[in-house]
Write a protein that binds this ligand. Structure first.
Ligand SMILES: Nc1ncnc2c1ncn2[C@@H]1O[C@H](COP(=O)(O)OP(=O)(O)OP(=O)(O)O)[C@@H](O)[C@H]1O
Ligand SMILES: [Mg+2]
Length: 378
């Protein structure tokens, strides 16, 4: 609205439909802050007839506590009159004829006419939006509290569960070592089942504990120079039996430039353990290979760990799902391996927390490669 040829009465008199029927209340005031023009929405929003407003100070529409500030700001607007929102970051209120207030959002624009420069305010009632925002905030706060309660519960329960489990595992171990006395074959077989089930349960509980820690941001990482080669060896040693039971060829190699990195040892171990364990779990024939080397990743020195298998592979449509919590690709009744589907979710989270990334490529039916990128320096 900037037409030197028009006078304000032209604008007011013709009741320009654009202004008159604008969805926002439009109020045009002169340099002294007297109302010169209002539209239909202004009458509706503030509860005045327009005759009651024309010629009156615009402060009539503003709660008294804002008057002194408003007069000052109105004057300073004229030193730099341009289109802009009013009172950015402030809560603004309008005042109705009946004395009630309502939250508003206002944008200002200069109107240059033959009679001088006026200021047009477009005023929107944001009561509904504010109420909605408040509701959303309350809901968010409730969700946060509930979420924290869940995390605390999981963390303390996992801890409570682990203590007796460690006793079960420990004493089963001594029984199996026949320290308290001899066992017959059947007793030994059954105790073996007790032990492996207890171990499985312990690893589930550990996963859940990690999940709770990660999600509540309480997972603490200790960055130090980690001998990657040793970690790989250690993981390989603990899974070698599993691979050989299935008749798989299982190898690991660490090149010289991949031998160490500044990272969290426990997190790295856990990622490697799950990726390698998965590779063995989901491979029936062929081989599992762990390969570590140094590379440049995102312009930084990094190590790349590849866990390569010749197993069942992963369908393209399942790739997204893979990294979600509690997702397992096999439907329950045909599932060939136990687990919770937390492994990859935790691995990806840990990889991200370590400043790295976890990616996957696969050919369905012939194998998968999981690739972990880790920066060498923190
Ligand atoms: N190397 C792989 N080859 C084929 N499928 C895989 C491979 N790794 C993972 N998957 C699929 O991805 C799913 C999710 O893996 P994830 O490690 O998260 O869970 P899980 O191994 O089933 O259970 P958990 O690790 O919690 O004990 C698996 O159930 C499996 O269907
Ligand atoms: Mg797994």
């Amino acid at each position: 609205m900037c037409d030197q040829a028009l006078s304000l009465s032209d604008i007011a008199g013709s009741r320009l439909p654009l202004i008159e029927h604008a969805p926002a209340a439009t109020v045009i005031v002169d340099a002294e802050g007297r109302i010169q023009l209002v539209n239909a929405q202004t009458e509706h929003l503030f509860g005045y007839y327009r005759e009651e407003l024309i010629g009156k100070p615009v402060e009539l529409l503003i709660p008294a506590r804002y008057h002194s500030r408003h007069v000052g700001e109105r004057r300073s607007y004229y030193t730099d009159p341009r289109v802009r929102p009013m009172g950015v970051g402030l809560e603004l209120y309008g005042l109705r004829k009946n004395g009630s207030e309502f939250p508003v959002e206002i944008s200002l624009s200069p109107v240059v006419t033959r009679d001088g420069t006026f200021v047009a305010s477009a005023i929107r009632d944001v009561t509904e939006r504010k109420a909605f925002e408040r509701q959303l905030q309350e809901l968010n706060a409730e969700l946060e509290t509930a979420n924290r309660a869940k995390d605390d519960f999981l963390a303390s329960m996992s801890h409570e569960l682990r203590t007796p489990l460690n006793a079960i595992i420990g004493f089963t171990g001594t029984l199996l070592m026949k320290l308290p006395g001899p066992l017959n074959d059947e007793q030994e077989r059954q105790l073996g089942i007790v032990q492996s089930s207890a171990r499985h349960l312990l690893s589930l509980i550990n996963d859940i504990l990690d999940l709770a820690k990660i999600e509540s941001g309480k997972m603490e990482l200790h960055f130090e120079t980690v001998p990657v080669k040793e970690v790989v060896k250690d993981v390989a040693a603990s899974l070698a039996a599993l691979a050989s039971e299935k008749g798989l060829e299982f190898t690991s190699s660490v090149s010289e430039d991949g031998e160490s990195a500044v990272t969290d040892r426990r997190a790295l171990r856990q990622i490697l353990l799950n990726l390698t364990n998965n590779a063995i779990k989901y491979t029936e024939n062929g081989s599992v290979r762990v390969d570590v080397r140094g590379i440049t990743w995102n312009d930084r020195p990094a190590i790349v760990v590849r866990v390569i298998d010749t197993g069942v592979g992963i369908r393209p449509e399942d790739r997204q799902r893979l990294f979600e919590a509690f997702e397992q690709l096999e439907p329950l009744h045909t599932r060939r391996s136990e687990g919770t589907g937390l492994g990859l979710y935790l691995c990806r989270n840990l990889a991200t927390r370590l400043g790295g990334a976890l990616k996957m490529t696969s050919e369905y039916g012939s194998g998968s490669t999981f690739t972990l990128f880790l920066p060498k320096v923190h």
